[in-house]
Design a protein around this ligand. Structure first.
Ligand code: AMP
Length: 188
């Protein structure tokens, strides 16, 4: 298995960002996930928080989106909680910056206005399911251009009763897409 970021197929801009962030070598989930995800494959990862799963899915997404500068929300990351969504968003801002890829966090408990603006100029949308549906219902976001879908902590989303919301969201995401699914447990 590869044990350096250099061997995983990442761009030099991303390698520089990783160095600045103090990431010296890939964690096991990163070493296993990044190359297949860069190749456009679907990935199911069994990984809890703290394993480095965020970078494992964000880095291939940023690389993919930066290859073609297109408008619209092109990557959707669904997470169970505001805290997790914000954490992912912070990483997405850091990793996306050198590639001019913008990210928006769509979470409850704060106003819709700034999020609506963010949706109009971001390529990466990191959302909790309920608030994303609110924006979909208001016509603030189209999911028709989604190329990559991430279900982060999928098991927890189901445990928290998000299945109906997920079903409604997934119905609007193109079938032809890359899907990356992360779960701490692999039952069901
Ligand atoms: P995560 O499991 O994605 O929430 O990551 C847990 C923490 O580890 C976060 O603070 C990351 O910034 C950090 N991290 C992720 N990958 C690496 C790495 N390869 N080297 C050092 N720190 C990392």
């Amino acid at each position: 298995m590869s044990s350096t970021f250099e061997s995983l197929g990442l761009s030099s801009a991303t390698l520089t960002t990783l160095k600045q962030a103090g990431y010296e070598k890939p964690t096991p989930i990163q070493a296993q996930t990044i190359t297949p995800a860069l190749e456009g494959k679907d990935v199911i990862g069994c990984a809890a928080t703290g394993t480095g799963k965020t970078a494992a899915f964000l880095l291939p997404i940023i690389e993919r989106l930066s290859k073609q500068q297109k408008k619209g929300v092109r990557a959707l990351i669904l997470a169970p909680t505001r805290e997790l969504a914000l954490q992912i968003h912070e990483h997405a801002v850091r990793f996306g910056k050198p590639h001019h890829i913008k990210s928006v966090a769509i979470i409850g408990g704060v106003g819709m206005g700034a999020q609506k603006d963010g949706l109009s100029f971001s390529q990466v949308c990191i959302a909790t399911p309920g608030r994303l549906l609110d924006h979909m219902n208001e016509g603030n976001v189209s999911l028709a251009r989604i190329e990559v879908l991430v279900l982060d902590e999928a098991d927890r989303m189901l445990d928290m009763g998000f299945k109906p919301q997920l079903t409604r969201i997934l119905a609007k995401v193109p079938r032809e897409r890359q899907t990356l699914l992360f779960s701490a447990t692999m039952a069901g």
